[in-house]
Design a protein around this ligand. Sequence first.
Ligand code: HPA
Length: 270
Amino acid sequence: MYKKLVTCLESVRKKIDFKPEVALILGSGLGDFADGIKIEQTIDYTEIEGFPVSTVKGHKGRFVFGYVEDTPVVIMQGRVHYYEGYKMSDVVLPTRLMGMLGAKKILLTNAAGGCNPSYKAGDFMMITDHITTGVPSPLIGPNIDELGTRFPDMSEVYSKRLQDVIRKCAAECGVEIQEGVYVQFTGPNYETPAEIRLAQSWGGDAVGMSTACEAMAARHMGMEICGISCITNMAAGISKVELNHKEVQETADRVAKSFKELVTKVVVNM
Ligand code: HPA
């Protein structure tokens, strides 16, 4: 796995010599975030040797290197999901690659279903912790000693310092923000109402199909992490209507403007 990562790293380094400070993974609704930044260069995933390529409709697959105001960033426009059929180690390869490119901090964003009944579609939720019991750990397999230790601590995956930054940025943007625990399931199906009750009983506030595995891989390699979910729908059983990707996309699009504003501010201040 490490050899594969080094091959990807060399492949990127042949194209660009850029040291990002912050890595950013864009979820639904933020797809065009990168269009609004000062772009230095883009690299399609297909141009990178050994890189897993995303297939989901609406997810562009490329790295964008550039500046958000004065902060050098690398942005993943389109992520890799476990439900697409990749091994977990491939799902987190891009996250690790961004870390190896020099990013010490990462902001993870996603669309998620709300399982905390006090939430509503269109809310934002700062991720304070996560539960990955529903998916295999991306750290299973021989440990990559070059990146981190065999048994990494996960007692503060989402940096308390960055949580303070997000709170402050949200207040400055006039955006109300929920705080909660993100539960990752595999997807691609939405959860059953019973699974949502399970997530609630675990202490989960939102459910989704990404992010927590990326956070785990990033933490393993010592990155400082924060995350924001866009609650695009209330989860199964709480919502009275059937769930579908169109609703998720529509809500994400509806709040995209404030999501972008918040994410910009956080990136610049983290
Ligand atoms: N469940 C899982 N993933 C999701 C959801 C959901 O309800 N909404 C957006 N992503």
